[in-house]
Design a protein around this ligand. Structure first.
Ligand code: ATP
Length: 366
């Protein structure tokens, strides 16, 4: 477990960490998020005893890291993969670390194997790529078989295969009951990898929550396609939900970004097209502007194709009401903001979200 309590850290006039408190629990992968300069690396350096805070404390399994006699057995950390002696081989580097921490030298071969560097163990680190150096840094962190692991931006420099590898490694380490903290700028990767997230901005805590709760907090709506949408809309409204027609505009906003665009959604945003929509849909609805749609009123058939955007009720509740009414559902998709969007919203200085486009929905069922 890592406990950060009332931590404050200054560099001259810069308040890098401001009365920060959070706990990183065992058995979970915890993501540490924050914009540039938020104080993530500073917090990690204080945890490692590399900086002395102005106030507060950071404890690893109840002890200050600096007070541990053989610290690598308690916590393994990777802060800067480049900070290694380039003239040494990977095996010699890990051997030095093992000897200075009283770690059995057989662990060196074991961790080299674990991170996929066994074949290059006797090459000089100076010739390693950034990705290989990241793997070596992870091997060093694992050397003492510690119960607590902390990585600063471990995904930097890794190719997609490397990112998948580290994601699986972190998940397996947490599944073994270890405490795993990683900072990252790659929100999408954190969304897939982390169970819990600590978000900071300007050195202060912004959110300390499960990834699931974060997704629920930023849940936009549930997309519903049903056989009798008008009737279902009325029932849902009668039970307190807000129901709007899904238009081409809302569907486009909710669609996943094109490949390569940062910000993969946390939950699926749109279902595969039905044979009808794939074939071009109802010409009386498709291609019309929102104003035209609301002026004309949406046809039952148009609504069943494009669907309903439902807020204020979860998918299970909607499904239950539809079942009771005997209305067949063709689609029921909860749609969340991507973690990227959630992160931007959380860390934005102003609560006002001025840049967000006006809602392109039309009320239904009244
Ligand atoms: N050694 C230092 N001397 C002076 N200021 C520093 C030092 N280290 C960090 N800072 C300042 O402290 C603040 C927090 O920096 P820190 O590196 O901890 O943020 P971060 O969240 O890790 O950022 P990034 O994601 O860009 O690495 C920043 O304003 C930074 O400029």
């Amino acid at each position: 477990m890592i406990e950060v309590r009332g931590l404050t850290m200054r560099y001259g006039r810069t308040l890098a960490v401001d009365d920060l408190t959070f706990t990183v629990k065992p058995g979970l992968v915890t993501g540490f998020l924050g914009p540039n300069g938020a104080g993530k690396s500073t917090t990690m350096r204080v945890v490692l005893g590399l900086e002395v805070p102005a106030a507060g404390e950071a404890l690893v399994d109840g002890r200050a890291y600096a007070s541990l006699r053989r610290p690598m057995l308690t916590m393994g950390a990777l802060l800067d993969a480049g900070a290694v002696h380039g003239g040494r081989t990977a095996r010699a580097h890990l051997g030095c670390l093992a000897r200075s921490n009283g770690i059995d030298l057989r662990r060196v071969a074991a961790v080299l194997d674990q991170v996929g560097l066994a074949d290059v163990a006797d090459r000089r680190i100076g010739g390693f790529s950034l990705g290989m150096k990241q793997r070596l840094g992870i091997a060093a962190a694992l050397l003492g078989d510690p119960a607590v692991l902390m990585f600063d931006e471990p995904l930097n420099g890794l190719d997609p295969e490397g990112i998948r590898w580290i994601r699986e490694l972190l998940r397996s380490l947490a599944a073994e009951g270890r405490t795993v903290l990683l900072s990252s700028h790659l929100m999408n990767e954190l969304a897939i990898t982390a169970d819990h997230v600590v978000v900071i901005g300007r050195g202060r805590l912004i959110a300390d929550t499960t990834m699931e709760a974060l997704a629920a907090r930023f849940q936009r709506d549930v997309l519903v396609r049903a056989a009798h949408p008008e009737r279902l809309a009325q029932i849902l409204r009668a039970h307190g939900a807000t129901v709007a027609a899904e238009t081409a505009a809302t569907a486009e906003r909710a669609a996943p970004p094109p490949p390569g665009t940062p910000g993969t959604p946390g939950t699926p945003r749109s279902a595969p097209p039905t044979p009808e929509t794939a074939a071009g849909g109802d010409p009386s609805v498709q291609g019309l502007s929102e104003q035209e749609l609301s002026a004309q009123g949406l046809s039952e058939r148009g609504l069943s194709l494009h669907g309903l955007s439902v807020r204020g009720m979860d998918a299970a509740g909607i499904g239950e009401l539809a079942l009771r009414a005997g209305i067949a559902l063709r689609e029921l998709t909860p749609r969340s903001a991507s973690l990227e969007e959630a992160f931007m919203e959380l860390t934005e200085d102003s609560v006002e979200y001025g840049a967000r486009p006006a809602a392109a929905v039309t009320e239904v069922g009244r």
